[in-house]
Each structure stands twice: as C-alpha cells, then as structure tokens.
Write a protein that binds this ligand. Structure first.
Ligand code: MN
Length: 755
C-alpha cells in the first residue's frame, strides 16, 4: 500500500544515523530468531534478501520515523509465523523493492532466482490495483487480484501479511487516510483472509478496521470488555477448573484455553440486534483441544452433563466442515450466573487449520502428524476455491457479473437471489421483494404490485431467502406510498421512494394551488390563470416579486399548502391584469359570487380520496362520501376536509373564514374511508368474534379495535374504526350490526354526529 509509505527522494540523507541502522538490525535479528525451522543455507538466503532490500530502501522512512526496511521485516515475520518457505520469506522482504526502489524483475531473477522474482512481481502488480467502491472497478480489481493469487497462493498470503502490518501501523498515517484504507481492508482483504481460513488474520483485520473507522466506539467497547472480564474472572476460573477436572475424570487429555469474542463481532452483533453491551451475553468461550476426533465427541458429552446446553446451538463442523476447511464441534452452555459460554472442541490439527487456514499447509510441512491427510485436504480446499473462481472468470466476460459470483463466496451474510433471466443479485439479509424490485430498476420498483416466487404470489414486504427466483409483478397505476418506507431495507430503495413521495407531494400541492387560485380569480371576473410564459410571464414575475416566491411552482405549492391566501394573490394578479387593460367578465363575477348551488362546475375542489399528502380528512368528524363537506386550508399543512356540521369546523369558520374553500366529493371515490362505530354488547364468550364476523360480512374492514369501559359486568362497549365506501355503506354496516345477536346498540362514534 503506497499510501502508508513515506518515500523521500534522496536515498542517502545525512540524517541517516547509526541509531536507524541499529533499529533495522535489531528487527532483523528478531526475525532471524523465528527462522529456526529453516536450515542454515536457507537462513543465509533470507539474510541476503534482507541485505539487498535494506540497501534498496536506504534513506526511506516510515511515517513513524523508523527506517523503511522495518516494514518488510515485519511482513516477513508474519509469514514466518505461518512457517512459509524460504522463497516466500525472501519475497516478503523484497515486496516493495520493485515498486518503490526501481529494482527490476531481471535483477531479482539473477540474484534470488525466478520463484522469488515471480512472487515479488505478483505482489507489485497487486500493489498497483487501485480499489474503489464503484462496483465495476471493484470487480476488475478483484479479477486481477485473483489472477495474481492463482499463479501462486503465497502471493496472497504475503499480501495479507503486508496489509496486516500496514493496518497495525495505520495510526502513524494521517487521519484523513484512515477511512479509505480501513474500508478497503474490510471489503477486500478481510473477506479473502476469511475465505482462505486465516481466522486470526481475519479477526485482527476486522478489529483494526473498527478501531480506525469508529475510534470512539472501539475504545468504549474494549474498555467495557476488559471491565466485564475482570468482573467475571472468578466465574471463568471456576468453569475452567470444573471443565478440566471433568475431562480428566473421563480419561481425556485435554488442553483448555479461554477465549473471548472479537470486538468487531460484538460490535456487529450489537448493531444488528440493536443490543447494548450489557445485553450481549455470549462473550466468553473456551477452546478444548484433544488428541483424537473421537475424544472431541466424548468431551462434548462430558460438557453437556456438566452444564445445561442452550438448545439449537450445537453445531458439528467436524462431520461437515465449513467451506474454508474449518472443523470443530460448537456448543453453548449455560454457565454459573446464567452466563452463556461457547465451547469449541477440536483436535490439534483442526486447531491449526482454524487459526491459520490455508497457511497450515506450510505449518505442517516438516511436522510428521498422525492424520496427514488433513494437510492435503487443506491445500486442495484452497486451490479448489481458486479453481472454481477461475472457471467462473473464464465463463463470464462481464466484470460485475463475475464479482456477483465471487461475492457469494466472500460475503456469506448476504442473500443471493435470481432474476427471471437467472442473473444473480446479492441483497443484504432481511431485504424484501420491494428492495429487489428497486435493485432491478427504479421504474420496476415504482410500479411494483407483488411478486411471484416459486409460482406463488407474495406481497412486496416478503423477505428474500437465498435461492429465490423472483419475478416482480408491476402495474402502470401502482405508485409508491409512505407505507413502502417500512417495507424496505436497502438505502437505494429508501432514497428512491423518498424522492418519489417528495416530488409527488410537491406536484399535488402545485395542482391544488392552481385550482384555488383559479377559483379566486373567477370570483373577480377572470376565467382562468394566465399561462406562465410568453407575454403573460412578465405579469407573473411581478406577482412573484410581490410574494417573494422563488418560482411559479413554489408560489402554487405555497397556496396549495395554505402558506399563502389565494384571494390575496388573486387580487394582486387581477391588479396586474387590469393595469394591462384586461376586462373582467361581470357575468362570471356574479355567478361565482352569488350562485353557490352549482359549485362543482365552478371550480370547487373535487375529492376522490386519491389526493395523497396535500389533502387530509379530519379525524374529529371523519367525513365520508355522501356527507356535505368544507375544506380548511391549515397553516402549511395543506387542505383539511371536515364535515360541514363538524363543531371544530364551525369554530374555525367563525374565526378564519377566508381560509375555507369549497370542496365536494367526486362522482366516484377511489378508496374507502375510516369511520368510528361504537357497539354495546351483551358480554359473553365469543361475542367479539360474532361482531367481527358481522363487520366482515358487511365488507367493512376493521382498522382498529378498542375495548371501551365496561358499563356493567355483563355489558361491554366495543369501539371500532372501520373502513367504508361512503355514508350509505356505513349505514348498512350499522343495520347489520344491530341485527346481530348479543348486540344491544350500534352507533357512529365520532363527535359532531348525533343520529
Ligand atoms: Mn508493503
């Protein structure tokens, strides 16, 4: 990663002190001490590579002021922990020499042989890949990374060691670079480490990413964990003692090691399940390492006798290994003080694989172990995965399609679903049919009605499961409503819906504003609004200057929302028209002012229930089609529709008459409306069911039930809000209720009604 390297130009600055040289020598000595698994000749080759790299990097400094060579040494030391062979260690020491110091591949071939040169070349190419979050580029970068890896898996291992050291020292780098490097590590390097079974590296990378992406959260969490551990230390000691002695009693030679969950995994669990730290109850665990596989199962039996197992938490990864080769028996037990404790039981070989995954291949190399087959199993698991990816890569020519395939392996937390054309889509866990529709195209999302999964029609809020093949059913007349926001999980769908609702509300307010302004204009003798264009535009511009509106649309929306009074704006507009010499039509004026019988034809706002956010129906009187109604233009909240006989409306009318406008129902309404019904019943078994079924047969859907105060023990009051088409439908519903057994009375229940 060049971002974390500091590269002054002068190779031999005078400031290069002997102290720096000593620091380099000291860190190499530490590395050398780790190389006891190599023979003398190989150790000498490593030393030569170090000398060469040291010379090449001379004068270059890390951000922390140490000589640059300390970085390649640290990378080689990580590789030595995995016991990588001599060629890999040399390549680790030389990994930045080509990129940063102008050393050629040929030079490396001559000095260190072609294997080392190829490894360094592979790493240099990897270094040049610039990762971005844009999907197409990410796919392309990954494809290159994969090619480098497929040539030699050691390239990837050295790369992961390199990234680990750069992440460990990220604190030395300017803060502005933290987010980019950490995000890239979290998205690319950590998943690869996981897939190759390098669990230690995987967890360390994740924890480091969290530390630099959310420094504050990381600090608080690690403090909380330390504190919790301190509090539990006696309990954990007790558990360890009890487990150790029980296993000994059963004749098992076990190594019991305490462990705790990584900070990152606790953090993600808290985020996902919206838990506080105090509520994360499985932080502690023990790993039990035994000589033989049969011992693992025996130990499991012993554990389950010692403490109560948590149901559903027993997993046999020995019989069915994870796809990165991981093997273990997992179980969670309820320990003292009701603390959940996870136990992992495995053999020594499995333990090594669990920690370092594919690197176990080198760890095993010179070590004669009982079950040698697991080495080759490990190796073939890694290469099999690579091979399958290479197959996919040769089959798919579209980079993002390739990436989609790879993600299946790298990100097991996603859900993978298919389009009708068998294109695979990765969605976050919990995503719904509607998310999927928006993932395909925003126009598919906007018009989605339902979906077909495996031949069955399912609603939009249905959660997706991996393997689903989904066909979205659309309709031109369907459009997003506010409720859709509760159906979706993805940011993409949410923002598309929000945007649509916002522009929709805007359009509706503009239309309403135009109707209201036209209405006012007609009462002053002008037939219709002059268009906002041509010679009439200058008239409008004067009106806009008067109102201080930024645009014609803004003025109309303001009128529609009740922020401006239509007659006042109309007065201004008429003034302009008269100035210009336009003449008002006296007949129109008379009609509008004095004939209130035939309002519909004269610009009353006609309502059919499809108005959306700009028109609301008052809850105080719950107007229904068939009622006579009035519209009140609230201050900034749009048009509120009341029944004419509503007491609230009457009060407002006496105070604020100019805010009232004519409204009427359209010939046909598009939806049902809520109305309140109060039912008094003879209390008894199943009475609610009887009333509910009576409402159902009257085709009145219940949207809310409230069991009111009981008048007496044997009489109860039930309050419903039900959806009806109109006033006549409400009446029919009441009639049906009154004929129902056990019902004493059934009446409309809102204020301002007295029938
Ligand atoms: Mn490096």
């Amino acid at each position: 990663m060049t971002t974390s390297h500091s590269l002054p130009n002068s190779k031999s600055s005078a400031s290069l002190s002997s102290a720096a040289a000593n620091a380099a020598a000291a860190s190499f000595a530490a590395l050398n001490a780790q190389l006891c698994y190599l023979d003398d000749a190989d150790r000498e080759r490593v030393r030569l590579a170090y000398r060469f790299a040291d010379e090449a990097h001379l004068g270059q400094m890390r951000k922390n002021g140490e000589p640059y060579i300390t970085h390649p040494i640290a990378v080689a030391a990580i590789c030595a922990k995995w016991r990588l062979d001599v060629n890999a260690l040399m390549a680790a020491l030389l990994h930045d020499a080509m990129e940063d110091c102008g050393v050629t591949k040929l030079e490396l071939v001559e000095k260190f042989g072609s294997t080392v040169a190829e490894l360094v070349d592979g790493l240099t190419k990897l270094e040049k890949i610039k990762f971005t979050s844009r999907e197409e580029n990410q796919a392309e970068s990954f494809r290159k990374m994969l090619l480098a890896m497929s040539r030699d898996i050691r390239v990837m291992l050295i790369k992961l060691a390199d990234r680990s050291h750069n992440m460990r020292t990220l604190g030395d780098v300017p803060r502005s670079k933290w987010a980019r490097t950490a995000t890239e590590t979290l998205e690319i390097h950590a998943p690869i480490a996981h897939r190759l079974g390098l669990n230690q590296t995987y967890q360390e990378l994740q924890d480091l990413c969290l530390r630099f992406l959310r420094p504050w959260r990381y600090q608080t969490l690690s403090k909380a964990m330390a504190k919790a551990k301190l509090r539990r230390v006696d309990m954990l000691d007790k558990v360890r003692y009890e487990v150790e002695s029980s296993l000994k009693e059963a004749g098992l030679n076990a190594k019991v090691v305490g462990r705790e969950k990584s900070i990152f995994s606790i953090y993600t669990k808290m985020e996902k399940k919206k838990l506080s730290f105090a509520h994360v109850n499985d932080i502690y665990g023990f790993r039990i390492v035994l000589p033989k596989i049969t011992d693992c199962y025996t130990a499991l039996g012993v554990l389950h006798q010692l403490y109560k197992p948590v149901p559903g938490r027993l997993k046999d990864y020995i019989a069915i290994p994870k796809n990165n080769g991981y093997q273990s028996l997992h179980t969670t037990l309820v320990g003292p003080a009701s603390i959940n404790i996870e136990f992992q039981t495995r053999t020594e070989e499995m333990d090594i694989v669990a920690e370092v995954g594919i690197a176990a291949h080198w760890l095993y190399k010179d070590k004669p172990v009982g079950n040698t087959s697991s080495t080759s199993v490990q190796e073939s698991l890694g290469t099999q995965w690579l091979q399958s990816l290479l197959d996919i890569q040769s089959e798919t020519h579209d980079a993002s399609e390739f990436w989609d395939h790879v993600k299946v392996d790298l990100f097991p937390d996603a859900v993978y679903v298919f389009t009708p054309k068998s294109k695979i889509l990765a969605m976050p866990r919990g995503a719904t049919v509607l998310d999927f529709a928006y993932a395909i195209h925003s126009s598919v999302g906007h018009h989605a009605v339902s979906a077909r999964i495996a031949g069955k029609v399912v609603p939009l809020k249905t959660e997706l499961t991996t393997g689903d093949s989904i066909e979205i059913i659309t309709s031109e007349s369907s459009s997003p409503g506010p409720i859709w926001l509760t159906y979706v999980r993805t940011a993409r769908a949410r923002s598309k819906i929000r945007h649509h609702l916002k522009t929709l509300a805007q359009t509706q307010s503009i239309e309403l504003g135009q109707i209201l302004l036209t209405q006012s204009l007609r009462s002053q003798g002008f037939e219709k609004l002059p268009p906002y264009k041509g010679s009439d535009k200058s008239i409008w511009d004067k009106v806009l200057r008067f109102t201080g509106s930024r645009s014609y649309d803004e003025l109309m929306a303001d009128i529609g929302l009740g922020k401006r009074i239509a007659p006042i704006v109309a007065g201004r507009l008429v003034g302009q028209l008269l100035d210009r010499g336009d003449k008002p039509d006296p007949l129109l004026m008379t009609l509008e002012r004095f004939d209130s019988q035939d309002q519909l034809s004269h610009g009353a706002v006609s309502l059919d229930g499809s108005e959306g956010g700009s028109v609301q129906y008052a809850v105080c009187c719950r107007p229904l089609p068939g009622d006579t109604i009035v519209g009140y233009l609230g201050h900034g909240e749009g048009l509120m529709v009341h029944r004419t006989d509503c007491q609230t409306a009457q009060r407002l009318l006496s105070k604020d008459r100019e805010r009232f406008i004519n409204v009427d129902w359209a010939e046909e309404t598009t939806r049902s409306f809520d109305t309140g019904i109060s039912v008094t019943v003879q209390n008894g078994k199943g009475v609610l069911a009887k009333v509910a079924s009576s409402l159902a047969s009257a085709e009145a859907d219940i949207s809310h039930i409230d069991m009111g105060t009981e008048h007496a023990h044997d009489i109860a009051e039930l309050n419903f809000v039900v959806a009806v088409r109109d006033r006549a439908h409400q009446q029919a519903t009441l009639d049906r209720l009154r004929r129902t057994a056990s019902v004493i009375t059934a009446i409309p229940s809102q204020t301002g009604v007295s029938d």
